[in-house]
Every structure is written in C-alpha cells, then in structure tokens.
Design a protein around this ligand. Structure first.
Ligand code: HEM
Length: 261
C-alpha cells in the first residue's frame, strides 16, 4: 500500500527530521509498518556492488515480490526503473491510505483513486493472509459496538470471544498483536478468503467484502480456487507497483533509503 502515497517512490522509507514529520510516522503507519532494516540491508549490499544504480523504490517492489515467492511460491516479474521521491509527508499517509473501518464502497473508491479496480481491491486484500495486526485496528468491533450489541454482528461470535481474550478491553498495551489469518499466518495462501467466508475477517474492511454481490462472488471464487487468486494476485501486484512511478529528474537514486541525497 506504500504506493498509495505519492506513488511507488519509497517516500515511506524517509525518516522524520525536526522540521518534517515523514510518512512513516503518520498514525496510519506507526506502529504498524515494520521491516525497514531489511530494506536498509539490501540497499547497503547493492551500494557495495553497484553503487547508485538501484533505487529504494525498486528494492521495495522486489522485496514484496520475494516475500510472496518465499511465503507462497507465487512468482512474477517486476519491471524496474523507479526513481526515489524527494518528499515524504505524514499528512499524506492518512489522506491516501484506507483505514480498516472502511466499507466496500469506500474501499472501491480509495482503490479507484489509484487506478485500481474493485476486483483488484478484492484480490490484493488477500495479502491479509499473512502477518499480524495490533488490537487497536479492530477492537471497536469487539466492545461497545453500538447501542444494542457489544460485538460487531458480522463477526463470528466464537472468534470474537477469542479476540477479546487476546485484546482485553481498555488495554493500553500498544504491543498487543494477533495474526490476521490464524490458521496459517506465515503462508501466502487463500486462507484470508476462507476467513471472510466464515465471518472471520479481522477488519471491517475485510468482512465488508461480503456485503456487495460482486465482491462477495470474488471472495467465494478465490476461497475455492487458489490458482485463480494466485494469477490475479501476481497481475495486481505488478499493476500496483506501477502507480505514480517517477522516471525523470524530479526523482533520484538515494544512497541511503532513509534520507534524500
Ligand atoms: C483494502 C484496504 C486495506 C486496509 C484497510 C488495510 C489495513 C491494514 C491494517 C489495519 C493492518 C494492521 C496494521 C496493524 O495494526 O499493525 C494491515 C496489515 C497488513 N496489510 Fe493491509 N490493508 C489493506 C490492503 C492491503 C494490501 C493491498 C496489501 C498488500 C498487497 C496489504 C498487506 C498487509 C500486510 C502484509 C499486513 C501485515 C503487516 C505485518 O505483519 O506487520 N494490505 N492492513
């Protein structure tokens, strides 16, 4: 999703300075985003062997490709040649990244704003088959949901009670996290779609995909046919990697991914 903010220009990697709050420090990214040191390591090695040639933006795209290959065996080619941007603003993250409270229409619009279709939105949401979430991203679904029910009625009650144990009400511990696809949290499979079909989508933005006929059909198809989803995921990842790519002099190839040159 880093490409939703200023395109695939690695603006998300820039560190804040006393005079600039950078994208990574927006509440939309911090404390969620992690793994910056992996990118730093790759960059450091590349600078030794071919200095000034590979942008941080390309490294991020390659890292996404490699994680999908390693965790799911899904391989695809990523076009290279992105340059790195020179601007990173915290305010732009919350303005462009869809929050986990969005409904299907809002999600569709947020993806359309970036040139992605509703079907690509459903396909890419399948990335929630891997990784983890902080309790704060979904705890509003577990407690005091509305005047009549404590929990979000679209959430499986057994799963909700398990989540309440992992995420105690009013906990101020910002480190509490849960796997998003508890069945296989480190495997890029179609587990996400099985979760959504069984009312075990973790976020409102996951479960909402069942509320629209088209997106619900796609969720069901992806749940039943992992090969269909794998093909669609590869294509959608390539397309997402082309959002707002800089190739001219307004970009650069950073020597340190955390700082503009
Ligand atoms: C459809 C709109 C989306 C929303 C609203 C959304 C929201 C979120 C939220 C709230 C988290 C948990 C953050 C936290 O509490 O730590 C998360 C995690 C994650 N998301 Fe999304 N996301 C969306 C789409 C995507 C897409 C398109 C991808 C990639 C193709 C993606 C990949 C991930 C991954 C891999 C994680 C786990 C991160 C980790 O383990 O640290 N998400 N997402």
């Amino acid at each position: 999703m880093t490409c939703f903010v200023r395109g695939c220009d690695a603006s998300v990697l820039i560190d804040s300075t006393p005079s600039n709050a950078a994208e990574k420090d927006s509440p939309a990214n911090n404390p969620s985003l992690r793994g910056f040191e992996i990118i730093d390591n790759a960059k450091a090695r590349l600078e030794i062997f071919c200095r000034g040639k590979v942008s941080c933006a390309d490294i991020v795209a390659f890292a996404a490709r490699d994680s999908i290959e390693i965790t799911g065996g899904i391989g695809y080619d990523v076009p290279a040649g992105r340059k790195d941007g020179k601007v990173s603003l915290s305010s732009e993250a919350s303005a462009n990244l869809p929050p986990p409270t969005f409904n299907v229409n809002q999600l569709t619009q947020a993806f359309a704003n970036k040139g992605l279709t509703q079907e690509e939105m459903v396909t890419l949401s399948g990335a929630h088959t891997i990784g983890r979430s902080h309790c704060t991203s979904f705890s509003s679904r577990l407690y005091n949901f509305n005047a009549t029910t404590n929990q979000d009625p679209s959430l499986d009650p057994l799963y909700a009670s398990q989540l309440r144990q992992q995420c105690p009400q009013g906990s101020t511990n910002p480190n509490l996290v849960v796997p998003m696809n508890p069945g296989s949290p480190a495997t890029m499979d179609s587990g996400y779609y099985m979760d959504v079909v069984t009312n075990r989508g973790l976020f409102t933005s996951d479960q909402t995909l069942l509320t629209n006929q088209d997106t619900a059909n796609q969720v069901n198809q992806n749940a039943m046919n992992v090969f269909l989803w794998r093909r669609k995921l590869a294509a959608a990842m390539v397309k997402m990697g082309q959002i707002g790519v800089i190739t001219d002099d307004t970009g650069e190839i950073r020597s340190n991914c955390r700082k503009i040159n």
